[in-house]
Design a protein. Structure first.
Length: 262
């Protein structure tokens, strides 16, 4: 974990030009985040010590090259190359993906990164691909009932989720996208655009509705979270200006469902 300040502002541009480039986030003054960086390494288990890599080695590496460098710092002013490159989540992930492998010991390789800027916005890196994930919430109801099964079979399979009056969830939807990072903005997609599309296609459409009764796309379907996931992926994949990598739908804190592009 590290706390840093940053800003989206190019001093060579006018205020109007900055706002056109960075949107509502444009400001000549810093704002801060409590970042959380997750690092995954991969390798073979050493028969001598039973480890891929000593966790203390990773911790020391991150303390030296991430925490000591970024904590309580202004990223734009104190950490090249962010004096000229916007310190977006995407650019920070790409920076760490380039930095950390140069300091890992030979027995382990960098496999995956996840950088949380806020609880609802985080970047990822895997196999040289940078992704951005945005989180949304909506509340909806459904009843699990298949017309292909008898009443007894429905009750046996779905239990209390087959309750005729239905039941509800506070769903959390994670939308993961990827695409080229714009050199001027440091972003692969304008968050305002992403939010507007997801809200229009999913959140506003589903929030405080009943999947079985209110939404024509689920007519004649059993709206399990798997089925809802497939529908959400289809709606977003054809609407977003960037490539949709995956969507993850948290039904409860214990149940998560995912659809991936591949």
């Amino acid at each position: 974990m590290f706390s840093s300040g940053h800003r989206y502002w190019n001093a060579s541009l006018s205020a109007e030009e900055n706002r056109a480039r960075f949107g509502p986030w444009a400001s000549p003054f810093n704002h801060g985040h409590n970042y959380v960086l997750f690092v995954t390494t991969i390798g073979r288990v050493n028969p001598l010590d039973g480890m891929v890599i000593n966790i203390k080695t990773i911790d020391d590496l991150l303390q030296e090259h991430v925490v000591a460098r970024f904590d309580q710092r202004s990223i734009n002013d104190e950490i090249p190359p962010f004096d000229v490159s916007p310190p977006t989540t995407e650019n920070l992930v790409r920076y760490f993906a380039d930095l950390l492998p140069r300091h890992l010991p030979d027995e382990a390789q960098l496999d995956e990164l996840r950088l949380e800027e806020t609880p609802t916005l985080f970047g990822g890196w895997k196999a040289n691909i940078v992704t951005l994930t945005r989180s949304y919430e909506f509340a909806a109801a459904h009843r699990l009932h298949s017309a292909n099964l008898s009443e007894a079979q429905n009750l046996e399979i779905y239990g209390k989720c087959n309750n005729a009056a239905g039941h509800g969830h506070n769903y959390v939807l994670e939308v993961e996208v990827t695409g080229p990072i714009n050199a001027e903005t440091g972003m692969m997609v304008d968050l305002s655009t992403l939010d507007a599309i997801v809200n229009r296609e999913v959140v506003d459409r589903y929030d405080h509705h009943n999947f079985n009764c209110d939404l024509p796309e689920f007519e004649g379907k059993n709206p399990t979270s798997e089925v809802v996931c497939e529908e959400i992926f289809s709606r977003l994949a054809s609407s977003l200006p960037v490539k949709l990598v995956s969507i993850r739908l948290w039904e409860t804190q214990r149940n998560m469902f995912e659809v991936r592009a591949e």
